[in-house]
Write a protein that binds this ligand. Structure first.
Ligand code: DON
Length: 310
């Protein structure tokens, strides 16, 4: 029997419940483009193994994907250099905020994992190697467009410019890693690409489509494309589970029980292996910088569908 009618009603119920809640978290305020996003926004899209799309709320509204882009840059960098990537970045949870610098000194400039800012900057530096920033950025954007089967996905240039104007900590992290040789390219080239990939805008529908390869052993059923080998998909999911929500990763695993990656724009991509790719967006954040209602909605979804991996 098809799960689709049940899934659709669960998704609609959750969106309805989230709409009613007054605890919406706090919208990121470090740049004006994020500070003015309406905290009432909420979107949820689930795409199951058959390609059934269950969507509710603001599922077509583009939002700034921010750190969710780090899943896709990790995938690209692993495709380029394979396991050699793990010499430049670790794969252990940090237990620290996403923009923390403290571990870098103790660990010779090698960031704990590819999802904290330092780690994502190191990954971006790998993608950049041997290319001009424009080419590397084009590569990242085309990869996202191909995965989402949607050539309209674009970078929000105003967000990118604001990130660059205010990104002092990222400048510090990149320079610090450069001093250890972990960042190899000119720091402003690497940061330019990093700020721009964080500034990609996508809707929940586009994001859930782009994530499908992670739910289906590396193959995106929407495009028929084998994106990565099954073993690599499994490993990326493992890093998402342990590191995808910074110092809130334990709480996310405990409550939701799925690999997931959040961004300060309020988006979360969550993967139910073999079952579904899920994107949720609610711009109010919790104290770790993860979507407050996004996490609550995912907790409710996995509970009702029985989708926790544990
Ligand atoms: O580099 C930054 O700080 C932002 N562009 C992205 C951070 C982010 O999304 C952290 N997520 N919760």
């Amino acid at each position: 029997m098809s799960l689709a009618p049940h899934l659709r009603s669960v998704v609609e119920e959750i969106a309805y419940e989230m709409r009613q809640r007054s605890d919406r978290g706090t919208v990121a305020r470090y740049i004006p483009e994020l500070a003015r996003v309406d905290p009432q926004g909420f979107g949820l899209v689930v795409i199951d193994a058959d390609g059934t799309i269950a969507a509710a709320g603001d599922s077509e509204t583009p939002f700034s994907i921010q750190s969710v882009s780090k899943v896709f840059t990790l995938t690209l960098a692993l495709g380029m250099v394979g396991d050699a990537l793990w010499k430049r970045v670790g794969r252990e949870p940090s237990g620290s905020p996403f923009n923390s610098i403290v571990q870098l000194e103790r660990e010779q400039g090698v960031p704990r994992n590819p999802f904290i800012n330092a780690g994502a900057i190191a990954v971006t530096d790998v993608i950049l190697s041997g290319h001009q920033p424009r080419e590397a950025l084009g590569e990242i954007l085309r990869f996202m467009q191909a995965l989402a089967n949607d050539p309209t996905i674009a970078i929000d240039e105003a967000v990118a410019a604001s990130e660059k104007r205010t990104g002092f900590r990222n400048v510090a992290l990149a320079n610090y890693m450069k001093s250890f040789g972990v960042v190899e390219n000119p720091v402003d080239y690497t940061l330019g690409v990093y700020f721009h990939h964080c500034a990609i805008s996508m809707s929940c529908r586009q994001l859930a489509t782009a994530g499908r390869f992670l739910a289906h052993s590396g193959r995106n059923p929407a495009t028929g494309l084998s994106v990565i080998p099954p073993e690599r998909a499994r490993r990326i999911n493992a890093v998402m589970l342990t590191c995808g929500h910074y110092d809130g990763s334990g709480e996310f695993a405990y409550r939701v029980g799925l690999p997931g990656k959040s961004g300060v724009g309020g988006g979360i991509l969550a993967i139910a292996p073999g079952r579904a790719s899920i994107a949720v967006w609610s711009p109010g954040l919790d104290e770790s910088g993860n979507s407050h209602l996004g996490r609550i909605a995912l907790e409710s979804l996995t509970k009702r569908m029985g989708w926790s991996i544990f």
